[in-house]
Design a protein around this ligand. Structure first.
Ligand code: E4P
Length: 215
């Protein structure tokens, strides 16, 4: 069971990494564009600053398998943790198969069905990213998709890890882990909220007062 951060905000990663709980980072074009930074520099920075990180997803641009492979060249030498993020398309899966054969980690993104996840598993993806929140936005259950994919991979002995993405709240995270996700990639706000419970806060107030009463 692992937690990744779903962000392109380098300082935010730095602030949370010393928790010892973060095993990786996922990025996407939207997150990077919103930060107004250079994608390659960001990935280099993360890999150099956090060498123990297991996976750093960098999304590639293009339409054909060859274009994805060419675009990935700029990321590949940075570190073994760099995980090439590919779209859940025919061409994306061709590139996925190529990377799997040469031992490069991959994350197949924008997965919305068990059938798609089956293809990614056969293509040898390291991670499959079902988008829980976006599926919910379209009146389907994202966490049920995670459950279906996790069951399928378990029954078929597929090594691809379910990386639950597009998570909007702590409840999603709990459900995804319970339903078999190996990794949840969390927006910063969701990660920060995971620590919190009203009864923990109340209990601490009581204990603080009682520490002061102790003789
Ligand atoms: C992660 O890999 C995805 O890019 C991300 O979780 C998408 O989240 P969103 O649906 O909130 O944009």
């Amino acid at each position: 069971m692992q937690i990744f951060l779903d962000t392109a905000d380098f300082s935010a990663i730095e602030e949370r990494y010393d928790s010892g709980l973060i095993a990786g980072v996922t990025t996407n074009p939207t997150l990077v564009a919103n930060q107004g930074i250079n994608y390659l520099e960001l990935i280099k920075n993360i890999a150099e600053t956090f060498p123990e990180m297991e996976s750093i997803s960098a999304e590639v641009n293009g339409n054909t398998a060859w274009e994805f492979i060419e675009d990935a060249a700029k990321f590949r030498d940075i570190s073994e943790a760099v995980t090439i993020k590919l779209p859940m398309t025919k061409e994306g899966l061709k590139a996925c198969k190529y990377f799997s054969d040469v031992g490069v980690k991959t994350n197949v993104t924008l997965c919305f069905s068990v059938a798609q996840a089956a293809l990614a598993g056969i293509a040898g993806a390291t991670y499959i990213s079902p988008f829980v929140g976006r599926l919910n936005d379209n009146s389907f259950s994202g966490v049920e998709l995670v459950r279906g994919i996790a069951d399928l991979y378990c029954n078929q002995g597929i090594q691809t890890k379910v990386l639950a993405a597009s998570l909007r709240d702590v409840h999603h995270v709990s459900r995804c882990f319970l339903y078999g996700a190996k990794v949840c990639t969390l927006p910063l706000k969701v990660f920060d909220k995971m620590y919190d419970h009203v009864l923990t806060r109340e209990g601490l107030d009581i204990f603080d007062k009682d520490f002061k009463r102790m003789v």
